[in-house]
Design a protein around this ligand. Structure first.
Ligand SMILES: Nc1ncnc2c1ncn2[C@@H]1O[C@H](COP(=O)(O)OP(=O)(O)OP(=O)(O)O)[C@@H](O)[C@H]1O
Ligand SMILES: [Mg+2]
Length: 283
């Protein structure tokens, strides 16, 4: 298994130092983006899968890693019935090549399988295996998107720490915002991140994302961004309105990008992909 070079001074550059939850330096290859949230059920898997499709439609080679180990549901959203998963790679019953599957719109997925109690705790073994897999896939793709679990458990924080950049998904509900704040605060204090992306999902009106981002940024600035020369930046990466087509697509296990390309939600996800592409390196 490969080792990573610890460089906590480079937040947002991928990797993990065992024993801490600080991101460490990776070795090039794909841009890695963790899609996470404080509260569960806010739309992480919907955003990750459709963002992957939008990037693939722009000619990018994209892998989605189902990093919600144990409670994975990317396969459900994509209507895939994998015979081989990350678990089989971990236990050496399958090779990485066998477990990486094609998804609609031309991106690839590495699914985790559901109900694996052994992955609800972060053991050194799981940590090493995940890092090893990431190092193997990074040179082969332009993007690796990690669909993580919700909250601030050590498993979730570890999967986030493997990514150079983080996109926090939140809805305008007060409970979602409180939990998003808690997550972002931990990312700033434990992982040393000075820049985190925010996607406001299920917005009720245009401009709600900007308002929410401004409010969160204000509180965060007060509590985590006060060191001179190290301002904390929460960047609004997108706003997806509450859209009936998303519910329909999820129920039918389809991608909004593929089946409702003209919908507000599809347009908003395309705008997110364009913004990420325009940013070049790093959020
Ligand atoms: N923009 C939207 N408009 C309407 N409904 C939405 C939107 N985004 C998500 N949803 C609804 O929210 C549900 C949950 O979405 P999703 O499974 O992506 O959340 P999640 O954050 O991945 O959940 P978990 O924390 O359980 O992994 C979807 O099934 C869909 O019905
Ligand atoms: Mg999910």
């Amino acid at each position: 298994m490969s080792t990573t070079t610890t460089d906590p001074a480079v937040p947002g550059s991928g990797g993990f130092s065992p024993g801490s939850s600080r991101p460490v330096t990776g070795r090039g290859g794909a841009r890695t983006l963790a899609v996470t949230s404080g509260k569960g059920g806010v739309g992480k898997t919907f955003v990750t899968a459709n963002l992957a499709a939008a990037l693939a439609l722009r000619g990018q080679k994209v892998l989605v890693l189902d990093a919600d180990l144990g409670l994975a549901n990317l396969d459900v959203v994509l209507n895939l019935h994998p015979k081989l998963t990350l678990h089989d790679v971990f236990t050496e019953k399958a090779t990485l090549e066998q477990a990486i599957l094609p998804a609609p719109c031309g991106f690839s997925v590495l699914l985790a399988g559901s109900g694996m109690v052994e992955y609800s705790r972060l053991t050194p073994d799981v940590r090493d295996k995940l890092l090893h897999i990431l190092e193997l896939v990074k040179p082969r793709f332009d993007w690796v998107l990690l669909d993580t679990g919700a909250g601030i458990s050590d498993v979730v924080l570890f999967s986030i720490s493997m990514a150079a950049d983080v996109l926090v998904v939140a809805t305008p509900e007060p409970t979602s915002l409180t939990d998003a704040y808690a997550t972002i605060k931990v990312l700033a204090t434990q992982q040393g991140r000075r820049e985190v992306g925010l996607l406001v999902n299920q917005a009720n009106r245009v401009g709600e994302g900007k308002l929410i981002c401004g409010q969160l940024q204000q509180v965060l600035q007060r509590f985590v961004g006060s060191q001179p020369g190290h301002p904390f930046k929460l960047e609004l990466m997108g706003e997806v309105k509450s859209d009936q087509t998303v519910r329909q697509a999820v129920l039918k296990r389809q991608l909004v990008l593929e089946h409702y390309p003209g919908s507000d939600a599809a347009q908003a996800i395309k705008a997110l992909a364009n913004k990420l592409l325009a940013q070049g390196q790093g959020l």
